[in-house]
Design a protein around this ligand. Structure first.
Ligand code: PBG
Length: 325
């Protein structure tokens, strides 16, 4: 074999400078969306045991968290609520003085330039823990839509910049779009959880948000992890119904789906790096088994490489410190 008969790929890896000049994917502070859990009550900064570094905050202490996020340069947050009272229909999800609405108002008053996203679902607010209305043990689709649209409108009234419905009822984007438009919020975009799998990776979140279903599971509305074509159908219908952003959730085991959705639809794609994906890394890092910084930046980079435009992640504060530190 003559020397020139094969390609020397290592030429482009020879120095740190060359490697940096040919790097194809970069993480930026503006890629990240940081989640916050707002809890009814006072004096609360509750550590979530299964999510080291993540807390539930009452409103009187929420500024501690939001100030830190702003100081780090993170520009976008998503608000999840932990209400004091739950009922059959999740009425605190659309109460103008519900915990999410109050949290949104407080953040927007303090930081008008912060982009605040509202997660729109019923599971944290219903006593049965399902994402829709339950009748005779079934999750009823169309009755749930009315309530979800009400929740979205009340979140927009509270000042939410983006509505992010995560409930996986059919037609939820159309129903919420119509509700927002009728209420005069035609300029508020919908970041749809378009492709959301029935995943075991949500376990730690359900501790943080107290949103586990009391009976049954979410398999009649969230997707089967085995399915790819179904993901494309879900994304297609959300685009048709008017979604402005498409979320794929979870992220790490679904990078193939992120890529396909990105190639298929000219809309921003959001990777939701979910709680279980976070906690696995945290647990291994606390045991000294993995290098946390290297692992986290590698996995976040893989999500962008797969096609994500934005990454919703509990690692956001750490990632930004490492990127800018
Ligand atoms: C509410 C909701 C869930 C998550 C985000 N919104 C829980 C679920 O669907 O069971 C999970 C987020 C995570 O695991 O980080 N529907």
């Amino acid at each position: 074999m003559t020397k020139a008969s094969f390609r020397r790929h290592r030429r482009l890896r020879r120095t740190a400078g060359i490697r940096s000049s040919v790097r194809e994917t970069h993480l930026h502070t503006s890629d990240f969306i940081y989640p916050v859990f707002v809890k009814e009550g006072s004096g609360i900064k509750n550590a979530v045991p299964s999510m080291p570094g993540v807390y539930q905050w009452s409103l009187d202490r929420l500024n501690e968290e939001v100030d830190e996020v702003v100081d780090l340069g993170i520009e976008t947050m998503i608000v999840f609520g932990v209400p004091a009272e739950k009922d059959e229909v999740g009425s605190s999800a659309y109460d103008p003085n519900g915990i999410v609405q109050k949290g949104i108002r407080q953040i927007k008053e303090r930081y008008p330039d912060m982009t605040v996203i509202a997660d729109t679902c019923l599971c944290q607010f219903t006593d049965h823990g399902h994402c829709g209305v339950v009748e005779n043990g079934e999750i009823v689709n169309d009755d749930s839509l009315t309530l979800l649209a009400r929740a979205a409108v009340s979140q927009a009234e509270a000042g939410a910049d983006i509505i992010a419905p995560s409930n996986m009822m059919d037609g939820f984007v159309a129903a919420i779009r119509e509700g927002l438009d009728e209420a005069g919020y035609e300029n508020i975009p919908i970041m749809s959880y378009a492709v959301k799998y029935a995943s075991a990776f949500y376990g730690p979140f359900r501790d943080a948000a107290h949103s586990s279903p009391k009976s049954g599971d979410r398999k009649t509305y969230q997707m089967d992890p085995a399915n790819r074509m179904e993901a494309l159908r879900e994304a297609d219908s959300d685009v048709e119904e008017g979604a402005d952003f498409l979320i794929v959730k979870p992220a790490l085991s679904y990078l193939d789906i992120i890529r396909e959705v990105r190639d298929r639809h000219p809309y921003p794609v959001v990777a939701y790096n979910v709680s279980g994906e976070y906690s696995m890394v945290k647990a291994a890092a606390e045991n000294g088994w993995v290098d946390e910084k290297a692992i986290v930046l590698e996995k976040l980079t893989s999500m962008k490489r797969a096609g994500a435009d934005l990454i919703l992640t509990y690692h956001a504060k750490d990632a930004v410190r490492w990127l800018n530190g």
